[in-house]
Design a binder for this molecule. Structure first.
Ligand code: HEC
Length: 115
């Protein structure tokens, strides 16, 4: 059912008359471009209402930091608040797929005594 709705929406956008162009911004991203997993599509659509998902995907944060980011989006950028269930779904996905980067990923082995 959800897929059908998406297909219909895609069809409508495709047929949208030229006059609609000033409000319609074409996207060059799809949820499929990002790691699969529970909550991916929900997260993608919640965040791409305003900006590309790449802006999200390039971050690595803890759950608490992601939670803060969402608060920031709501407070500063007028993002519609997510209900508790959606928020948990989005946080589960972000926490699992975009955790803080391990130090090893930044520059190989690091001497733990050299700090
Ligand atoms: C209502 C609009 C809106 C929604 C929805 C939204 N954002 Fe944003 N977000 C913004 C704006 C505006 C900026 C700042 C402008 C920019 O950097 O493009 C931003 C920037 C960001 C940044 C970069 C912050 C930085 O310090 O560089 C992150 C991370 C982010 N958003 C995460 C999210 C996540 C995660 C979601 C979905 C859960 C989301 N946003 C949904 C409006 C929104």
């Amino acid at each position: 059912m959800f897929r059908l709705a998406l297909a219909l929406m895609a069809g409508l956008l495709w047929m949208a008359p030229a006059t609609a162009q000033s409000t319609f911004t074409p996207r060059d991203e799809n949820p499929e471009d990002f790691p699969a997993g529970a909550g991916r599509d929900e997260t993608f659509y919640a965040c791409t209402a305003c900006h590309g998902f790449k802006l999200v995907a390039q971050q690595g944060m803890t759950r608490a930091q992601w939670d803060d980011s969402i608060n920031l989006m709501i407070r500063r950028h007028n993002m519609p608040a997510l209900d508790d269930k959606d928020r948990a779904t989005v946080l589960d996905y972000l926490e699992r797929v975009y955790p803080p980067r391990a130090p090893a990923a930044r520059g190989g082995w690091q001497n733990p005594f050299a700090k």
